[in-house]
Design a protein around this ligand. Structure first.
Ligand code: SF4
Length: 235
């Protein structure tokens, strides 16, 4: 992204404390066709889609299909596409890169070290994300502050040199807020949430959590909390 204008900076600052609806409306008005919702179809993402679809039926959504997603995730993508009459755009890993890594390191190399886990996320997520972002000026994400120690300082609008603006309409929402919204508005959601998975990514890197555990405790459960980001939301 080129230099951010003062007007945009002021508008972004004024959005802190505003509702998710107001932030999404601002995003769609400001960025038009060059903003999309980045969705892994977790609970936050389906809330974002429902809010955005009420504002604009033409809302655009993309997902990173890592090739390791759960069937339940594909099922909810289908349900969302049908309910909101949208066509989620898929971005997949580069076949050559994936073949080389699997042939050299085996199919489960991401369990072997943080570096190799990040290598896998690089191939299966970051590469496709880069292609998804190449035509965008902004992306809308479902990050919340209370989700993880790595997310406590997120802002509603985050500008970054040379990268699309990141918009986080749900920063202040609690997990309870998310589930109240889903139930009141009858939003389709990933059924794995009913089976002990509060946060869902690739199925091989996600496990069930106990009630007393952090919502992201099941993601890359073998790593310490400080390393548990795949690079998509590196700040
Ligand atoms: S979450 Fe696991 S399987 Fe998915 S891209 Fe990252 S390391 Fe690979």
């Amino acid at each position: 992204m080129s230099e951010v204008s003062e007007k945009l900076l002021n508008e972004a600052a004024s959005l802190e404390g505003k509702s998710a609806e107001e932030v999404i409306k601002w995003s769609l008005d400001t960025y038009g066709d060059t903003v999309k919702i980045a969705s892994s179809f977790g609970a936050e993402d389906v809330v974002l889609i429902d809010i955005a679809a009420r504002i604009s039926p033409d809302v655009k959504i993309f997902t990173l299909d890592t090739g390791r997603l759960a069937q339940e995730t594909y099922d909810v993508i289908d349900q969302i596409n049908k309910k909101y009459k949208v066509k989620t755009e898929f971005f997949c890993p580069d076949t050559k890169e994936l073949e080389e890594a699997s042939n050299e390191l085996g199919p489960n190399f991401f369990y072997d070290s943080v570096e190799l886990r990040k290598k896998c996320c690089g191939i299966r997520k970051m590469g496709p994300l880069k292609r998804a972002m190449s035509s965008l000026d902004a992306w809308i994400c479902g990050l919340r502050k209370e989700q993880a120690v790595t997310r406590t300082n997120i802002k509603k609008v985050e500008f970054s040199d040379g990268a699309p603006t990141k918009i986080n309409p749900l920063t202040e929402w609690t997990e309870q807020d998310i589930w109240d919204y889903i139930r009141v508005n009858d939003v389709p959601y990933n059924r794995l949430h009913d089976n002990g998975y509060p946060s869902i990514g690739c199925i091989c890197c996600t496990r069930k959590v106990r009630r007393i555990e952090d919502v992201r405790a099941g993601r890359w459960w073998w790593e310490s909390p400080e390393t548990k980001e795949c690079g998509l939301h590196k700040r």
